[in-house]
Design a protein. Structure first.
Length: 160
């Protein structure tokens, strides 16, 4: 019914080709796995940081941070408290935030407590989350400045 083909046998040199090189696919083989991504940095629950945290990697906060945090994926643990601005591609909030949140994807879980504005491209807020502030959608919420505001009129314009 089925027959074994010589093509499917791994490690067998071609018989009829003599000294011809092996097929190019086997010579140029490179693993398809991308460069190994380092695991997320975890700031433990007994850690209190006063100052800003900046990384291009992933961070999980379980302790307290008094300062701004910038990361690729930022996870705020259930017992964590951050007083400052969060800026990340993906933000998952399980704990307490006092300050602005800027992210492409922002998710507030049922245990989240956020006091501040959220600037996002997409947002998800689970039932039970506590949120006080404003929500603003932007195509590029990570852009410096964070908020699109209209220029204030000069005193001469407001007199007229």
């Amino acid at each position: 019914m089925f027959s074994k083909s010589k093509v499917n046998e791994a490690g067998q040199p071609p018989h009829s080709q003599g000294s011809a090189p092996a097929p190019a696919a086997s010579q140029d083989y490179r693993p398809s796995t991308p460069k190994a991504k380092p695991p997320a940095s975890v700031l433990s629950s007994d850690l209190h940081i006063v100052g800003n945290v900046k990384t291009s990697g992933d961070v999980q906060i379980e302790g307290t941070v008094d300062g701004d945090i910038r990361a690729h994926l930022l996870t705020i643990g259930e017992g964590a408290t951050v007083k400052g601005e969060l800026i990340a591609d993906d933000v998952v909030i399980n704990g307490r935030i006092i300050g602005r949140v800027r992210g492409l994807k922002v998710r507030l879980t049922s245990t989240a407590r956020v006091e501040g504005d959220i600037i996002h491209k997409t947002i998800a807020i689970e039932s039970g989350a506590h949120f006080e502030g404003s929500v603003q959608r932007q195509d590029d919420p990570l852009a410096t400045g964070g908020q699109k505001t209209l220029p204030k009129p000069s005193p001469a314009e407001s007199q007229g």
